[in-house]
Design a protein around this ligand. Structure first.
Ligand SMILES: Nc1ncnc2c1ncn2[C@@H]1O[C@H](COP(=O)(O)OP(=O)(O)OP(=O)(O)O)[C@@H](O)[C@H]1O
Ligand SMILES: [Mg+2]
Length: 216
């Protein structure tokens, strides 16, 4: 369930290759890490996996197709919210697009990231870490089959990092295919079943992580 295959995927933007000949298979129940320097293509690969950009060459195959109702959850860099709405109202607004999640799911997702669903403050008054948590709640609220998180621990305090790591592990346990991008290997190695090291739009090396159980 929920496997994704990329076969020879490349993306050219204005004459430069931002992704080059990416070949990989990602499976449900597993957590994959994309690691690499600034500009190496992590965010582009997440966008590609989520179907937000199309390959110039190559193919992507989803075992559980969006056309058959598969759900995608994603955070890309700095998520944009309505500054004049509360966190709860922002998520309800987004939840109403697909109607997979209702008030109960939105409240649960907010609680899971450590935000109070009844917080009367509007997002304009949120701290950076609170906005980051809201973005993650948004990605999780529909219980997605595919979950793509871009630098999920940015701006989080230690409590937040622990909380989000546990949440990510639980998403894989319920069968989601989880992909996490980070510029820091140390940040995500403890979570991942497999790491892909990106360099100039290519996957330079990949490493299976054994002993994740021990590190938990
Ligand atoms: N909208 C765009 N149009 C053209 N090129 C882009 C665009 N966005 C990113 N790029 C280029 O694509 C390459 C990969 O960028 P990407 O954002 O995927 O890097 P990243 O690994 O996520 O970096 P960071 O660690 O800084 O987030 C870079 O060379 C970047 O300049
Ligand atoms: Mg990025």
């Amino acid at each position: 369930m929920n496997a994704i295959d990329l076969i020879g995927v490349s993306k050219m933007i204005k004459g430069s290759a931002v992704l080059q000949d990416i070949n990989l298979r990602m499976e449900g129940g597993k957590i994959y890490g994309l690691v690499g320097r600034n500009g190496s293509g992590k965010t582009m690969l997440l966008r590609m996996l989520a179907g937000l950009i199309r390959p110039t060459a190559g193919k992507i195959h989803y075992e559980n197709d969006l056309a058959d109702g598969a759900k995608i959850g994603i955070t890309i860099e700095n998520p944009l919210f309505y500054p004049a709405f509360t966190g709860y109202k922002n998520l309800m607004f987004l939840a109403n697009i697909n109607k997979y999640a209702g008030a109960a799911e939105v409240r649960r997702a907010l609680g899971e990231v450590g935000l109070d669903p009844d917080d009367p403050r509007v997002v304009r008054k949120y701290s950076l870490g609170m906005k980051q948590r809201l973005g993650i709640a948004q990605a999780l609220m529909e219980n997605p089959d595919y979950l793509f998180l871009d630098e999920p621990t940015n701006a989080l305090d230690e409590e937040g990092i622990d909380r989000i790591r546990n949440l990510i592990l639980r998403q894989a346990e319920r069968g989601a295919t989880v992909v996490v991008a980070s510029h820091s290997k140390e940040e995500i190695a403890v979570l991942c079943d497999k790491l892909y090291f990106m360099k100039k739009g290519r996957i330079a090396t990949e490493t299976e992580i054994t002993g994740k159980e021990v590190m938990r």
